[in-house]
Unconditional design. Structure first.
Length: 128
């Protein structure tokens, strides 16, 4: 009986947590080219829910995002060379990466979106 009551309380709390989540998917391009490898972060307004990250692979992403207004930050890595992992002569080399996108799309994002109930497509065509 205690388990049934506990399960009912959990379901009740889930039902009270807001409008739920919606599926947001689409594409990300920068300067007309698909972003090969990156991340789209949806940050719900007012701290109502935790941020949701969606990996970008070959210009495409998909995520379950809370319904409502969100701020969006998009990052993308660009390989600019190689560097030694450690400061030793026999150190292995690793890729040296930099942020491909301007700060206005990530660290100082200006991107906003309103997530509606259900599935939706949102394409991000980011100019230079």
């Amino acid at each position: 009986m205690k388990r049934i009551v506990g399960a009912a309380l959990v379901l009740l709390c889930i039902g009270c947590s807001g409008d739920g989540a919606a599926t947001v998917s689409g594409t990300v391009s920068f300067d007309g080219q698909p972003v090969k490898d990156g991340l789209v972060r949806f940050v719900p307004a007012g701290g109502k829910a935790a941020p949701v990250d969606a990996p970008v692979r070959d210009g495409k992403y998909s995520a379950a995002v809370p319904v409502g207004d969100v701020t969006v930050a998009i990052t993308a890595a660009k390989v600019v060379g190689k560097r030694k992992m450690y400061n030793t002569p026999d150190s292995p080399e690793v890729e040296d990466v930099k942020e491909l996108l301007p700060e206005k799309y990530n660290a100082k994002t200006e991107l906003k979106y309103t997530v509606q109930k259900g599935s939706q497509e949102k394409n991000w065509d980011l100019p230079k």
